[in-house]
Design a binder for this molecule. Structure first.
Ligand code: KIV
Ligand code: ZN
Length: 516
């Protein structure tokens, strides 16, 4: 029997700290359900004290998720811990994750605390957290730049106070794999009660080494929990991507001698869901979940794979969730074939009604597009766009005209609250005219930071996947929408972003204000 590696996913917390990745409560619930299906051991569902929205999302996820532990982050502050404890109270298994910075630079410049005060706060926080749950994680923020003697002292004190997991984050992505692995091993060796807790690593990707550092922390350092996010989403350059760490552990089990409980066939569907919700596209050459990760272009490679796939493939595409048969449905396909495909793709549907509505959208698409790929079907269930979850504004219809030598013009019919409004404008291009028309009515004052269009599949009749990033008063949101008509997709994505600006609370801004 190989030893177990606990997979701790923080897409909904650290991942959400990526500028523009703010998610609505409904979107978080949807991702949490998919993470449970993926088989992650711990879902860090948010930071309960950061905003009412985060608190409610953690509460909801705690009441729905049954097989994964649900966790809330909290600073080492009484108020934070109380909020975290209340938010996870309905969970079948709930964890409080409390943290305080331990590096000289953070203690002096950010916390303005002496090392003794930091230890005192950590111990108090862990003790209070234990009053809410038996499962308490303590993180020494910026551990990789902390003094080893002090770090060992605070970890010992946290375990003594009741921490059951101790996490050593490389908060600023400064570590080098071999050094980080030895560092984790060294700290564990110095802590007399180290066997009373599970040791964990949490690495950021500022130097592109988050996966390598995490794996070194596990293999050399002996950590048995790995913290990661889907697609490597996260603060600044992101966190260790779950899909990379998990596939390294399983593909090279001869080396790591560890196993984790991840259902790897859910990796690609999870990656797509997170990408759709956040509007962060996955680069085509991204390991495991990128569109080209299993594509062979050179003749020599193709020849080798045809003769024996192991010549150039160390993993099987279908084992990480890429569908084998990518072109299956069309105009003549029936409801049963559609339903079967939904099942194969692992799309979470909750009712027959949801399938019926999606089937109507499928038929409508099939009228406009002869070949329907798996990606198109996944897009039919995308949580934003044609069916925005928080829909103060809605898209109804669009009339856009462009002619060489003339200024592009757009008339947009949209809903606001319950009513319908028509708005129009000229612009510098077809998309600009649509955005100007919407703004002529809404007057949000938001700045357009990013506009991106991707073709979901490879043909000219492909669905267009549009991301619109808006910022307003320090808040950054992404709107995502899909349509065979990219101008309509652009209007829908813009409207989805406006809806998010109306509903999502500015977690990062609030935290900056509250940091001691
Ligand atoms: O990067 C970090 O140090 C963190 C902690 C809160 C665990 O995200
Ligand atoms: Zn982090």
């Amino acid at each position: 029997m190989m030893e177990k590696l606990i997979i701790f996913d923080t897409t909904l917390r650290d991942g959400e700290q990526s500028p523009g990745a703010t998610m609505t409560g409904d979107e978080k619930v949807r991702i949490a359900q998919q993470l449970e299906r993926l088989g992650v051991d711990v879902i860090e569902a948010g930071f309960a004290a950061a905003s009412v929205g985060d608190f409610l999302a953690i509460q909801k996820i705690s009441s729905i998720v049954k097989n994964s532990t649900v966790c809330s982050l909290s600073r080492a502050l009484e108020r934070d811990i109380e909020k975290a404890g209340t938010a996870i109270s309905a969970a079948a298994r709930g964890r409080i994750h409390t943290f305080i910075a331990t590096s000289p630079i953070h203690m002096q410049m950010k916390l303005h605390m002496t090392p003794e005060q930091v230890i005192e706060n950590a111990v108090k926080a862990v003790r209070l957290a234990r009053e809410y749950t038996d499962d308490v994680e303590f993180s020494a923020e910026d551990a990789s730049r902390s003094e080893p003697d002090f770090l060992a002292r605070i970890c010992e004190a946290a375990i003594e106070a009741g921490a059951t997991t101790v996490n050593l984050p490389d908060t600023v992505g400064y570590a080098i794999p071999e050094q980080f692995g030895s560092f984790v091993r060294d700290i564990r060796t110095r802590v007399p009660n180290s066997d009373k807790a599970v040791w964990s690593v949490h690495c950021h990707d500022d130097l592109g080494m988050a996966t390598a550092n995490s794996l070194a922390g596990v293999h050399i350092g002996g950590a048995r929990q790995l913290e990661c996010t889907i697609n490597g989403l996260g603060e600044r350059a992101g966190n260790c991507p779950l899909e990379e760490a998990v596939m390294a552990i399983s593909t090279r089990s001869d080396y790591f001698q560890l196993q984790c409980g991840i259902n790897t066939k859910e990796l690609v569907p999870t990656s797509k869901l997170v990408s759709t919700v956040t509007g962060f596209p996955v680069q085509p050459n991204k390991a495991i979940v990128g569109a080209n990760a299993f594509a062979h272009a050179s003749g020599i490679h193709q020849d080798g794979v045809i003769k024996a796939r192991q010549t150039y493939e160390i993993m099987r595409a279908e084992d990480v969730g890429w569908a084998k048969d990518r072109m299956v449905l069309g105009k003549l396909s029936g409801r049963n074939a559609f339903k079967q495909r939904i099942r194969e793709l692992g799309i979470p549907v909750t009712s027959e009604n949801e399938i019926n509505e999606a089937f109507l959208r499928f038929k409508d698409l099939a009228d406009r597009k002869s070949e329907i790929y798996d990606e198109d079907i996944q897009a039919l269930f995308a949580p934003s766009g044609s069916q925005p979850l928080s829909n103060y504004y809605g898209f109804v219809s669009l009339d856009q005209r462009s002619e060489t030598g003339e200024r592009p013009y757009a008339k947009v019919v949209m809903t606001e609250g319950g009513g319908e409004v028509t708005t129009e404008a000229f612009g510098n291009g077809p998309v600009d005219s649509v955005f100007k028309a919407i703004e002529a009515h809404v007057k949000s004052g938001a700045t357009l930071d990013l506009y991106a269009v991707n073709a979901i599949t490879g043909t000219s009749e492909a669905l267009g996947d549009v991301v619109v990033r808006l910022s307003l008063g320090g808040r950054i949101v992404n709107g995502v929408a899909t349509d065979a008509d990219i101008i309509a997709a652009s209007a829908k994505a813009y409207i989805a972003a406006l809806n998010k600006l109306k509903t999502v609370s500015p977690m990062n801004a609030q935290l900056a204000e509250q940091t001691p």
